[in-house]
Design a protein around this ligand. Sequence first.
Ligand SMILES: [Zn+2]
Length: 284
Amino acid sequence: MPIVPTKEILDRAFAERYGVAAINVINDLTMEAVLAAADELRAPIIIQTSVKHVKMTGVDAMYALWQTYASRVSVPAALHLDHCPERELISACLARGWNSVLFDASKLSVEENKRQCIEVVAEARRYGAHVEGEIEGFKRTEEMTGDEAEHVQTLDTVVDFISATGVDVFAPAIGNAHGMYKTTPHLDSQRVTDIVQATGIPVALHGGTGMTPEQFSDLISRGCAKVNISTALKIAFMKSGYDFMTEHPGDYDPPKIFTAQRAAVMEMARYHIRLFGSEGKAWT
Ligand SMILES: [Zn+2]
């Protein structure tokens, strides 16, 4: 089975300065399609699950899906729990076999975030799992005011958080947001360089959907080894379904629409894998 630790996937990417696509899937079909695209391009891949999706599907059922679909591919793959503020769910996923979690205590004070994150890292280590940390939180794109880059913690605070907690990857706010940007976001890419130089750990890029190819290349070269993609998958999945029904009115045979959606999700995944430079980087 090609399931490998998240840290191994990210450390290789960080050293060689390519980005690993960390794609949020929303059901069994999209999980299978993203893994199939990575397998086709011989790319390492991180499958991300949201709190909402894990709760909807159930921890055991989702892990069974993961094991089944991951066993069909031969590229390095890891299962990650995205933005989770709930310690109970983090514990349940780690115990079940998730390779990594993002402990999202960005709504708490940095001190309390740090205190709890130290516990989460210790818990993850017992399972050979890894932890992504964040202290600033991300807005939705529709909430952006244009001065996002100003509302960040100091570099000293970031460095202290990373060294005190021992997180394996850090997600800084650099003017990025979740959702669909109205215009190309203004990003503080120097902040990525500063954090990487001060800590030596890879950075996770959130809010990737809608950034330009040049922005991705620049950020990846600075140390963004984990590149999250979520909105692009939702759009590919929903739009392909809508387009199919528009082009085939009255055709209510579900496998046909599923086939169209799988193809669209695979194409979206291929595009990002190639863009991030991870095609052909699989070592298993
Ligand atoms: Zn995010």
